[in-house]
Every structure is written in structure tokens, then in C-alpha cells.
Design a protein around this ligand. Structure first.
Ligand SMILES: NC(=O)c1ccc[n+]([C@@H]2O[C@H](COP(=O)([O-])OP(=O)(O)OC[C@H]3O[C@@H](n4cnc5c(N)ncnc54)[C@H](OP(=O)(O)O)[C@@H]3O)[C@@H](O)[C@H]2O)c1
Length: 320
């Protein structure tokens, strides 16, 4: 076994690209899975420092077991990041095929391959949406990892992405309990910050939409967000910390949408910004204290916002 070789699924995506960059900079060899290694949208990976020496790309769809197993075999650890993230206001025509099967069957496939390959530790990127959609949690109590989102509630309101992530994380824990696989799940809140990939991912599009303003109203709810670089740090931290176990909420800042916009306006006064809101919705705050006890540090709120906007400007996604 190659002691410092790890696999990252969905390596070309937003979070995974920053994780691959971090792993390479820390001296890891990385087997990255992508659906099409020749697609130019994965070209940024080949340009990362140390990529020519230590990054190998494998063609793998998470619905196809054999491709996953080839990428995972010979690794010490696996970071399962690949999972479809639809646009936040988009409508899914076939939720089962578009999000639920790739999230759920994909996670089961990855974990089975990890068991078959004798992987030492698996980190599954889940989401805070598996935590906070819990109507039974007391409104005045900060939410921690003991909270699980209610599947019936998500079905009722057709929150298919939330359901896909909750089914996948639940299945991951069932597999780990049955097999003894060393599993850790990380549940990031909304992720912002600069992109390494050329295509715009769903959470970056959300921030761009807030800045540009959309005609449909947005909920003035309490948003938790976290910098993409801090998510990559968290993933490596829980992988390397021997004492890490269980679930980890990964949320750095909480702010109502109005306050987020006020902060952005104070730095960039000339954008249109979202004008149209529905009622303020009181919600529970999320605690990342468990992650912080492992030594997780986060960037300041302003740094994430400024680095995001400057990236959008440089990439031509937002006028200066
Ligand atoms: N961004 C956020 O705010 C946020 C918050 C919490 C959790 N997360 C989680 O973080 C992970 C990464 O999300 P992201 O924000 O980085 O989004 P992203 O850039 O859209 O990445 C999603 C990745 O999943 C891959 N994928 C989707 N379906 C696949 C399939 N059937 N087989 C193989 N790969 C597949 C995509 O590959 P292709 O490029 O081939 O489509 C892409 O690499 C996801 O698990 C997501 O649920 C994201």
C-alpha cells in the first residue's frame, strides 16, 4: 500500500479542486476521479502545482462500481466529494435520476469499493442540509451534529437535494456500522470563495445572483456559510486527526441575507443586489464547535466575500 496516496471523487468540482490542490501541496499523491478526463472543464487540475508528478485522473461515474474500484485500490484514504448539486432555484424534472440515485447509490458504491480495497479512513462530504431541516429541534438551541433532517419534511416540500444528501449520509453510516469501515462525514453549510474550475457551481451562482439581483424573491433567512478553502482544510484535518470520529458540521459564519447584502454593499456599493425578499424566517444557528476542538480555523467573513467578488470580476462573471 502507498502510504500517502488518497482518492478524491469528483475531483474537478468546486470543493474537490481546492481539496486536490491542498493535498498536492501537503505531499499527497492523489487519484482523482472525473467523469471525463479529456473534458477541458477538468483542465485546471492538470495545472495545479505538483499535479504532473502526483495527480492521476481516473474516469469514473459514481454509478459504475468498477471504475471507482480502480481509482480507490492502492489508496490509504478516500474523500468522497462527488454528488450532484443542482441550481438552488432550478426545477428538477426527474429528481430520482438527477440527484437521489447519484448521491445514494454513488455513496454506497464508493463505500463498498473502500471496504473491498481495505481503505483506512473515508471522508464523505455530506451537507448541513442533512442537519438543519429538523422541525423538532428547539428553536432557541444551537444545532449540533445530533440533529438529523426529517426525510418526510423534505419529501413534502420537494427538497430533493436535501433528501439526496440525507439518504446518502444515512446509508454511509449504516454501511460503516455493518462493516466497521472507518468513516467520517463533514457537513458544510453554503460554500463561497474563489473557484479553481472554469464552470460556475451552484453555490457560487447563488452569491452571484445575490449581487446581481434576481426577480424572484429570496428568503431573508439565516444563512450559514463557509469559505471553500476552509472546507478543504476541514476535510484534511478530519482525515489526519487520529481522534476524529462521527459527523462534523462545517459552518463558519451565520448571517441574515439582509446583513450579508449590507456588508457587501459597504465594500461594493455599485451592484444592484437582491431587492426582493420574503418574510424573515427565524432559524437555528449551527455549531462547528466539534470541528474547532480539532483545531479548525476559519477565514474572516469579509475575506471570503472579497475573494469571491474579486474572482467573479477577474473571471468576467461580474462587471467591475
Ligand atoms: N457548494 C456548496 O455550497 C456545498 C455545501 C454543502 C455540501 N456540498 C457538497 O460538496 C460536494 C461538492 O459540491 P460542489 O459545491 O463542489 O459542487 P460541484 O462543483 O457541482 O461538484 C459536484 C461534483 O460531483 C460530480 N458528479 C455529479 N454526479 C456525478 C456522477 N454521477 N458521477 C461522478 N461524479 C459526479 C461532478 O462531476 P461533473 O463535473 O462530471 O458533473 C462534480 O465534480 C457535494 O457532495 C455537495 O453536496 C456543497
Amino acid at each position: 500500500m502507498d502510504a500517502r496516496r488518497v482518492c478524491v471523487t469528483g475531483a474537478g468540482g468546486y470543493i474537490a479542486s481546492w481539496l486536490v490542490k491542498l493535498l498536492l501541496s501537503e505531499g499527497y499523491k492523489v487519484n482523482g476521479t472525473v467523469r471525463d478526463p479529456s473534458d477541458e472543464k477538468n483542465g485546471h487540475l492538470k495545472k495545479l502545482d505538483m499535479a504532473s508528478e502526483n495527480l492521476q485522473l481516473y474516469k469514473a461515474d459514481v454509478l459504475q462500481y468498477d471504475g471507482l474500484l480502480s481509482a480507490i485500490q492502492g489508496c490509504e484514504g478516500v474523500f468522497h466529494v462527488a454528488s450532484p448539486v443542482p441550481e438552488f432555484h432550478g426545477v428538477l424534472i426527474n429528481p430520482e435520476a438527477e440527484v437521489i440515485a447519484p448521491a445514494l447509490t454513488g455513496t454506497i458504491n464508493v463505500l463498498k469499493a473502500c471496504s473491498e480495497a481495505g481503505i483506512k479512513r473515508v471522508i464523505v462530504v455530506s451537507s448541513s442540509v442533512t442537519v438543519f431541516m429538523n422541525s423538532k429541534w428547539p428553536k432557541d438551541k444551537v444545532m449540533d451534529e445530533s440533529s438529523w433532517s426529517e426525510q418526510d419534511l423534505m419529501r413534502k416540500i420537494e427538497h430533493w437535494y436535501g433528501l439526496s444528501k440525507t439518504l446518502a449520509e444515512r446509508a454511509a453510516w449504516e454501511h460503516a456500522e455493518k462493516t466497521g469501515l472507518n468513516l467520517i462525514t463533514v457537513c458544510p453549510s453554503m460554500v463561497y470563495g474563489p473557484q479553481l474550475q472554469a464552470t460556475v457551481n451552484a453555490s457560487s451562482l447563488m452569491l452571484l445572483t445575490i449581487v446581481k439581483g434576481a426577480s424572484e424573491p429570496m428568503k431573508n433567512k439565516l444563512w450559514s456559510f463557509v469559505d471553500v478553502r476552509d472546507v478543504a482544510d476541514a476535510l484534511l484535518l478530519v482525515y489526519e486527526a487520529a481522534e476524529a470520529s462521527g459527523r462534523y458540521i462545517c459552518a463558519a459564519h451565520s448571517t441574515y441575507l439582509h446583513d450579508l447584502i449590507s456588508k457587501l454593499k459597504s465594500i461594493y456599493p455599485n451592484y444592484k443586489y437582491q431587492q426582493n425578499f420574503t418574510e424573515l424566517q427565524p432559524e437555528c444557528r449551527l455549531s462547528s464547535d466539534k470541528l474547532k476542538t480539532l483545531g479548525w480555523k476559519t477565514r474572516a467573513f469579509e475575506e471570503t466575500l472579497i475573494d469571491s467578488i474579486e474572482f467573479y470580476q477577474q473571471a468576467g462573471l461580474l462587471e467591475k
